[in-house]
Design a protein around this ligand. Sequence first.
Ligand code: TTP
Length: 392
Amino acid sequence: MQAVLLAAGQGTRMRPLTDALPKPMVPVADRPLVAHAADAAVDAGVSELIVVVGYERDAITSYFGESYRGVPVTFVTQSEQRGTADAVRAAAPELDGEFVVLNGDNLYDEGIEGLFGDGPAIAAIEVEDPTSYGVLSTAGETVTDIVEKPADPPSKLANAGAYQFPAAAIEYLDVPKSERGEYELTDVLARVIDEFDVRAVELDRWLDVGRPWELLEANEWRLGELDRRIDGSVADSATIRGPVVVEEGATVEPGTVVEGPALIRSGATVGPNAYVRGRTLLAENTKVGQSVEIKNSVIMADSSVPHLSYVGDSVLGRDVNFGAGTNVANLRHDDADVRVTVKGDRVSTGRRKFGVVAGDRVKTGINTSLNPGVVLSTGARTKPGESVFEDR
Ligand code: TTP
């Protein structure tokens, strides 16, 4: 069976992190986000990966190359992001039978294997409030209907962005534009549900990674699955507790404490006397220096937090530098959930603790205070001693 990975999107809700990096390539533990979906397909034994690319396609094509874990990879380009059905339509010339479609920005648990079984299927997840999802109606394990974002949901089973289509569906991809002006796979699914027996494959855990704090959640999940492995250089006086991976070529200097789950990638340096608390990814060539505390954060490649800083519940892009004494506040004193501006709207992260998002090449002056939910755009600067309350 062939698998189509949808990876052409612009990732607008993830800006500024996606200003230059396509969302499928943001790091989730030891791989880019899209590799997690690709791995699910490869583990299930697919014969070919067809990756639909568009926005910043080269980063994705060079990551996969001609084959991925022994499975041939074909790239198709969707020149404009006109919707998920349009994306699969771009892949249609390559399809030659039943096929699976996976969102390149979703994480699935191992239950996804069931999707690759006999006959058409939709992955589903039970959610508390289904009103913002595609919602499935079922009779036993058979899907009988799907409705987008219903005010009065027929069930709590949401569409988890993974499908097995019959070969006939290749002919159904020419759907009309939806109300929001996109060509949507939901409309293709509706027809498949009408004409075929479609299985609901229920997952226990699933995550759609759209916004920066969902990138933190993705890392919390996948870092939590790592087994302890120390291949890098760790000073005798450093303490490594729990499931920590120190890759070959990474250095943990004297007096440092690292608590798992944490991943310290090749070329990273931590310490001396740093404190890395759980659920932290320090990507390639990052530097975390003297008396810096980092907790539950993603620090992307080539970034530095070199002296006397605290970074909690935050996402730092690539090549960021935090001046000495830069501190992130991650908790509001009124204890309300932290809010972040996404595409111009203030949105609750649903998290009591959330720090900041810093785009690539952000530089903060010494003693900068960053308040919860602040987003610093690509290349933004702060002055020494500034207290930053608003995005810039
Ligand atoms: P979305 O999450 O709807 O879009 P996006 O990833 O570009 O993010 P944003 O809304 O923040 O701009 O897309 C769901 C999946 O489908 C995702 O894996 C990207 C992919 N996709 C395409 O490949 N082509 C498209 O035209 C669209 C709309 C999405």
